[in-house]
Ligand binder design. Structure first.
Ligand SMILES: CC(C)(COP(=O)(O)OP(=O)(O)OC[C@H]1O[C@@H](n2cnc3c(N)ncnc32)[C@H](O)[C@@H]1OP(=O)(O)O)[C@@H](O)C(=O)NCCC(=O)NCCS
Length: 205
């Protein structure tokens, strides 16, 4: 398959093509994490080294679809109108959660912020989780002080479940306020759409 051929996990929104990463995407990931504003709430602003991207990050992204039959993994987000890489989204097994409770996440280039793209991509992943991957619940975590991320989760339909204090090695102002867990159940998702609950038990990968 060429990198441009449609893949079984591809998702399309109004403005985004969400597709599989390829082995050629090292530079995109290095550049994304080189912006301290992008990694502020993740590593306190530290970049991810090229070696880490080459040997750990990208291989892990590429391996997800084979490891998880449900179709979980990372999606490269490309703005259709420009063909520009804008960042990534993920649905991956949530730590401490059952296999049918994937964790939603996202990381966008600063140039893409503030245009509703994180919300648009997140909604597509939430729909795919319930429609195509048999998810029972979608979960997410962020810091209490990460207002933009919390807003994205709320606009994608998730609700605040609890506040907790994760052990994290990168101190930033406000981290004493802790972290928040968000979630959306299949029933809540279906009710919000005004639809009956689809089976959604057929894995896509
Ligand atoms: C968090 C992130 C994904 C948001 O992406 P985005 O495309 O700008 O998000 P959206 O435009 O869909 O929505 C952002 C919302 O947060 C609001 N917002 C943004 N910054 C805010 C702030 N400092 N205070 C209050 N609200 C804020 C926006 O107004 C918008 O809400 P609205 O539509 O009600 O006005 C993006 O900033 C990012 O990738 N950051 C770096 C990586 C990261 O932190 N990932 C999350 C880790 S948990």
């Amino acid at each position: 398959m060429t990198p441009d051929a449609p893949g079984p996990r591809d998702l399309h929104t109004e403005r985004l093509d969400l597709v599989d990463f390829t082995a050629d995407d090292v530079d995109l990931l290095v550049e994304l994490d080189a912006d301290p504003a992008v990694t502020h709430f993740i590593t306190g602003g530290l970049p991810t080294s090229r070696a880490e991207v080459v040997h750990e990050v990208l291989p892990a992204f590429l391996a997800y679809p084979e490891r998880f039959a449900a179709g979980y993994g990372f999606w490269k987000a490309v703005e259709r109108a420009t063909g520009e890489f804008v960042g990534w989204f993920h649905l991956r097994p949530g730590e401490g959660h059952p296999a049918d409770e994937p964790e939603l996440g996202y990381r966008l280039r600063r140039s893409a912020w503030g245009r509703g793209l994180a919300t648009e991509g997140s909604r597509a992943l939430v729909d795919a989780a319930f429609e195509r991957m048999g998810a029972r619940r979608v979960v997410a975590e962020t810091m209490v002080v990460h207002v933009a991320s919390r807003r994205v989760l709320e606009k994608a339909g998730l609700r605040r479940v609890r506040t907790f204090h994760a052990d994290w090695p990168y101190p930033i102002p406000g981290d004493d306020q802790g972290d928040v867990e968000y979630a959306l159940t299949r029933e809540e998702w279906a009710a919000a759409r005004g639809t009956s609950i689809p089976g959604g038990t057929s894995p896509v990968a």
